[in-house]
Design a binder for this molecule. Structure first.
Ligand SMILES: [Cu+2]
Length: 155
């Protein structure tokens, strides 16, 4: 049973990391619309892989288009600039890769009038929220414990 303990600790840490995934409603009560400021909405929030963005808007009135940096800079959500696109009225985007993600509305004029934002997504959630929620088991100490257990078994 000596080898089971580090494994259990790893599993517990892993589950805590999954449980800390956050759902963000873009624009809060304003939703996804013209006349809101999405830079200020995103400002101060920390996004991590596994988090979800929920966009609420009237179907067909807007699009949620994830674009390249070039698409973001030029407000162009067509062709090679578009990574994903939806106008269903309720769009959920799960952030699956770290790095900068760019979102615009592809209805003509809307991006230029403010329906655009960029967020930086980190590979793992860090900082106060994570350390409060997760039992802190440093990976290095788990590895040392596992190595010690293996030595006990085989030497
Ligand atoms: Cu729009």
């Amino acid at each position: 049973m000596a080898t089971a303990l580090p494994l259990v600790a790893l599993l517990v840490a892993g589950c805590a990391a999954l449980a800390s995934a956050t759902t963000f409603t873009v624009g809060e009560s304003q939703g996804w619309t013209t006349g809101a400021n999405y830079d200020s909405w995103a400002n101060g929030k920390s996004f991590a892989v596994g988090d979800t963005l929920v966009f609420r808007y009237v179907s067909k009135a807007h699009t949620v288009t994830e674009v390249t940096k070039s698409g973001y800079d030029t407000c162009s959500g067509s062709g090679a600039n578009a990574l994903s696109d939806d106008d269903s009225g309720s769009t959920t985007v799960t952030l699956t890769t770290p790095g900068t993600h760019y979102f615009i509305c592809n209805v003509p004029g809307h991006c230029a009038s403010g329906m655009k934002f960029a967020i930086t997504v980190s590979a793992t959630r860090s900082g106060a929220a994570a350390s409060a929620a997760a039992p802190q088991v440093p990976v290095a100490s788990v590895a040392v414990a596992a190595a010690a257990a293996i030595k006990l078994l085989f030497f």
